[in-house]
Design a protein around this ligand. Structure first.
Ligand code: AOF
Ligand code: ZN
Length: 331
């Protein structure tokens, strides 16, 4: 299952609106004979890729998959059919499929005499490769991670507006990797005018990554023609709305599942205020400024009991910075 999770992680950002799923097929003696991940929409699901590689060696073996195999005819035939035809004896999966049209795979397999076992590494898969997609299916909108880099005193720029390289090179490299795994990045017109970010996924030497997220500029302000988001190096859409829910509805309808919100403070405040920041990813650099804008703008909170509450799920070092991942507390 760990190998299947790694395969799923690698497929992130290439499968939406489908989930990135990983699958390993073992032969009857437990030796891995096939491995695969979900292909881009319309292409085969993970199980089918792994079963093709395994061929006859799958007979009497086990399929290990991060999501319950689908039982429906969608863009592709049901994975349950492929597993039954391949003659596997056992299917182990991490997470049950919550999609009403595709679910029920385990029952179908059992009906065909295949042993099934759900729940293996479910927590890891739920928080990892399937987090955004599970959210998308359950809430009918993309999952939003607000990412920012700030000083120890919470500032994202100095008093004169300069903000380049608050966080370390290590942290910036991580963010570029993350950009390559999400479907879209949201920023406001204000940030485009002030910072002029390219919002592309790049390696340390500046070479563009294989996959570029959709760049989404929200708000009604004008953009300079020379703005780097308009440079054609990746697709850019404008959503001329200040309503975060409306922005996310537009993105959902485009099949966007996983969104990175890169600010700035005004847009981030609006999303937080609307209850639409599902996860906060903060890079906190060990510097002090004492003046300058703070990470989050107005978010509808005037008294402490109204604070938007999150639970820290991870705090680690990222070079000299601290990286904090926190998810919205459900109460
Ligand atoms: C699997 N294995 O690798 C994936 C699954 O429209 P389709 O045919 O591409 O089906 C999409 C649905 O299938 C998707 O919403 C989810 O429920 C399931 N995805 N299932 O058995 C996979 N990606
Ligand atoms: Zn399937």
């Amino acid at each position: 299952m760990r190998s299947a999770v790694v395969l799923a992680e690698r497929a992130r950002g290439t499968t939406s609106p489908n989930p990135p799923v990983g699958c390993v097929v073992l032969d009857s003696s437990g030796t891995p004979v096939g491995a695969g991940a979900t292909q881009p929409p319309g292409g085969p699901h993970a199980e089918v890729v792994a079963l093709r590689q395994a061929g006859e060696r799958a007979r009497g073996g086990t399929a290990v998959v991060t999501l319950e195999p689908c039982a429906h005819h969608g863009r592709t035939p049901p994975c349950t059919d492929a597993l039954i035809a391949a003659g596997v004896k056992r299917v182990v999966y991490a997470v049950a499929d919550p999609n009403p049209v595709a679910s029920g795979g385990a029952r179908t397999l059992q009906g065909a005499g295949i042993q099934t076992e759900g729940g293996l590494l479910a927590d890891e898969v739920t928080k990892g490769p399937l987090r955004a997609w599970l959210h998308y299916v359950r809430h009918a909108r993309p999952h939003v991670t607000w990412k920012y880099a700030a000083t120890l005193d919470g500032r994202v720029a100095a008093a004169d507006g300069t903000s380049r390289w608050i966080s370390s090179e290590v942290s910036r490299a991580e963010v570029h990797e993350l950009r390559g795994q999400v479907d879209a990045i949201i920023i406001g017109t204000g940030t485009v005018r002030v910072d002029d970010p390219a919002l592309t996924a790049r390696a340390a030497d500046g070479t563009p990554g294989a996959r570029q997220p959709l760049r989404v500029v929200v708000g009604s302000g004008d953009l300079p023609e020379t703005a780097r988001v308009l440079d054609g190096s990746a697709e850019t859409v404008r959503v001329r709305s200040h309503d975060p829910a409306e922005v996310l509805a537009v993105l959902r309808d485009r099949g966007v599942v996983d969104v990175l919100l890169e600010g700035g403070p005004t847009v981030a405040g609006a999303f937080a205020g609307a209850g639409l920041v599902d996860r906060v990813l903060a890079y906190v650099a060990p510097t002090l400024l004492g003046a300058g804008p703070v990470a989050l703008g107005a978010s509808g909170v005037s008294t402490i009991t109204g604070a938007h509450r999150y639970t820290v799920e991870e705090a680690t070092m990222s070079g000299p910075d601290v990286r904090i991942s926190a998810v919205r507390a459900r109460n």
